[in-house]
Write a protein that binds this ligand. Structure first.
Ligand SMILES: Nc1ncnc2c1ncn2[C@@H]1O[C@H](COP(=O)(O)OP(=O)(O)OP(=O)(O)O)[C@@H](O)[C@H]1O
Ligand SMILES: [Mg+2]
Length: 311
């Protein structure tokens, strides 16, 4: 069997912005593969093309994690989810007003067996499936480390009331509930403290050990270097390096790309300070190291095609 996922000349332009430019890369089955690079490098745009939220401008996406080899280009997000590709989002996308348990149950919908009439009539087989789903949802919560026992009662809480790190875990539980063969995680450690990040690293390894290939975007270099089998580096939309973590870390192009990022961060920090001083306002508190994802289109929905470009 070849790579689970292959990007061939993958390209995405937004008007004049070359967000992703002719990227070739492979994700090997059973691996933890990381996609890294400075803010705006095109990482999330790659994920959005893989999951059908953006249509590639050019290039191919070949997927072998399902029953047959598939070309993902042109498929809708819901069709791609059915091929057993699941993801989490850089900016967490839960249903905040639904319970923790219901958020996991949403993950099952891609594989519900009941016909619509069974749901409508609340038939015994539908009820049995419901009970089975609830039990499985609890198991997924336990798996990601969200204690779903009766005493803690976490499953009945509204998703919005969870601490930030737990929301990220809940999103992973929901993604796992859809029974993925390939799991994409977009900055899973963002906003986590070092302790939570350690726990997350164990969880990602555990997911991989269950036979799920993991493809992740992450700025936390400790996490990337410790758990990845293979690392691909983007800068300004182009692949600038790839290899084992130790090789990539030593690569002068990678070092330069990250130093450039630090320098531009420092410059924009200085600029903000000057502007604030000029306006007489108090400097704002520090924000996250990550630049956040673009919000113009909407790769934000839990599922289904939402990008206006999606066919
Ligand atoms: N929907 C969109 N419309 C216009 N431009 C976009 C859109 N999505 C992304 N871009 C642009 O494409 C480039 C790559 O963005 P992307 O979000 O993929 O970067 P990233 O590597 O994920 O960065 P970060 O680490 O900050 O999340 C940026 O210049 C961004 O502004
Ligand atoms: Mg991003």
């Amino acid at each position: 069997m070849g790579a689970v996922l292959e990007l061939r000349g993958l390209t995405k332009h937004f008007g004049g912005v070359k967000a992703v430019q002719s990227v070739d890369m492979k994700v090997e089955p059973g691996s933890i593969t990381a996609l890294i690079g400075p803010n705006g490098a095109g990482k999330t745009t790659c994920f959005n093309m893989i999951t059908g939220h953006y249509v590639p401008t050019a290039g191919d996406l070949i997927y072998r994690g399902g029953e047959a080899e598939e070309r993902l280009n042109g498929l809708r997000a819901d069709q791609i989810a059915k091929l057993r590709i699941a993801r989490t989002f850089q900016n967490i996308r839960l249903c905040p007003e639904q319970t923790v348990l219901d958020n996991v149950r949403i993950g099952f919908h891609t594989r519900s067996r009941s016909a619509p009439w069974q749901v409508l009539l609340n038939t015994p087989s539908f009820r049995a499936e419901e009970a089975e789903m609830t039990a499985s949802a609890r198991a997924f919560l336990e798996f990601v480390g969200l204690d779903a026992s009766q005493e803690t009662g976490i499953e009945a809480l509204l998703a919005d009331s969870l601490p930030y790190g737990d929301k990220r875990l809940l999103e992973i539980a929901r993604a796992l509930a859809s029974n993925p063969s390939l799991l994409l995680l977009d900055e899973p450690a963002a906003g986590m403290n070092p302790q939570e990040t350690e726990t997350l690293m164990d969880l990602i390894r555990k997911v991989r050990d269950h036979g799920i290939t993991v493809f992740l975007i992450e700025h936390d270099m400790k996490l990337v270097m410790e758990i990845s089998d293979y690392v691909v580096v983007l800068d300004h939309g182009e692949k600038i390096a790839e290899g084992k973590p130790a090789e990539v870390r030593e690569n002068p192009k990678v070092v330069a790309a990250y130093l450039g990022q630090e320098e531009s961060d420092r410059r924009s920090e200085r600029l903000t300070k000057v502007k604030l001083e000029e306006s007489g306002a108090d400097p704002a508190p520090e924000t996250s190291a990550s630049g956040g994802e673009a919000t113009e289109a909407s790769p934000d929905a839990v599922d289904g095609p939402t990008d206006e470009e999606t066919p």
